[in-house]
Design a protein around this ligand. Structure first.
Ligand code: UTP
Length: 298
């Protein structure tokens, strides 16, 4: 009988980056708390994880990120005021968004040494089980949430999974890129990966979009990982080390949808437009106003 892969219960959210591309907004405010319409970016990503069945949310934070912890806690004064004012819809929505007591963990990265280092900081909380990893500034906008699609693929193939999407061939140097056994397949086996390769050195144009399912052995590699591109401890380098051990499979899962990098100003603006246009309560008037704005040229 085929071995059933261990269930994914925990998700890690690295939120300790400095957000230098979004200064000055991120000087005192974490970029993960910037709002796309009326929800912080991090809430959109936690929603995606919850929809995929995640039960425990692990945040790797840093200095100035305390507000993220507050966001996922109760706010008694606010709740009482909403109740007194009869704002039951707003109250219900706040309560619905809140993880249950004990479903969140927070740990500190202490210094921003790179994504790989941030993931390693979650090792004790994750323990010896496979886990999901979601980069909070990458919004995956799609009718089928990205992590849910990956969970389905995981039930079939197990091992490690990475969500990917094509980029223009002259832009590979901005991304982590994977090589796969079959470019046509929705779920394909990964043969290699490299962080920010020049177009001539890139094994394909499939870039890592920021959603992963990883086996706990990744922590052993991260522990010993030397700094790579940008002098940061790179997750891609550690994943390549695990791939090269050849005792675990890595699969690429194609993400079908729009990606918005909310760590960049343009991506953030585009995300607000995309999410705003699909809102039942705002979509129509927003579209009309945008149309008017564009027709008068500003
Ligand atoms: P980014 O490279 O997009 O985040 O990392 P950054 O370093 O904050 O951004 P810029 O380039 O300075 O604007 C992807 C994710 O990994 C987290 C970030 O918070 C982001 O969610 N990260 C990155 C960490 O938690 N720690 C790090 O040392 C680096």
């Amino acid at each position: 009988m085929p071995k059933v892969p261990a269930r994914i219960r925990k998700a890690v959210f690295p939120v300790a980056g400095l957000g230098t591309r979004f200064l000055p907004a991120t000087k005192a405010m974490p970029k993960e708390m910037l709002t796309v319409v009326d929800r912080p970016v991090i809430q959109h990503v936690v929603d995606e994880a919850r929809a995929a069945g995640i039960e425990h949310f692990v945040f790797v934070t840093g200095r100035n990120k305390g507000v993220i912890e507050d966001h996922f806690d109760r706010q008694f004064e606010l709740e009482r005021t909403l109740a007194e004012r009869g704002k039951s819809k707003e109250l219900a929505s706040l309560q619905q968004d809140l993880p249950s007591a004990g479903q969140t963990s927070f740990t500190r990265q202490q210094s921003a040494q790179g994504l790989g280092h941030a993931v390693w900081c979650a090792r004790d909380i994750v323990g010896n089980e496979p886990f999901a990893l979601l980069l909070p500034d990458m919004l995956h906008f799609s009718s089928q949430p990205c992590l849910s699609k990956m969970m389905k693929a995981y039930e079939e193939v197990g091992g490690n999974l990475i969500a990917v999407s094509p980029v223009p061939e002259d832009q590979t140097q901005n991304y982590g890129i994977v090589g796969v056994d079959d470019l046509e397949k929705d779920v394909s086996e990964i043969t290699t990966m490299v962080e920010k390769p020049k177009p001539a050195d890139a094994p394909s144009n499939l870039h890592i979009t920021g959603r992963y399912i990883l086996q706990p052995e990744i922590f052993e590699l991260l522990e010993k990982q030397k700094p790579g591109a940008g002098n940061e401890i790179q997750l891609t380098d550690a994943m390549l080390g695990l791939l090269e051990r050849r005792d675990q499979k890595f699969h690429a899962v194609r993400f079908e949808g729009e990606l918005y990098d909310c760590g960049s100003k343009l991506g953030f603006l585009m995300a607000n437009v995309a999410y705003g246009l699909t809102r039942d309560d705002l979509g129509e008037p927003f579209r009309a106003e945008l149309g008017r704005m564009l027709s008068r040229g500003a």
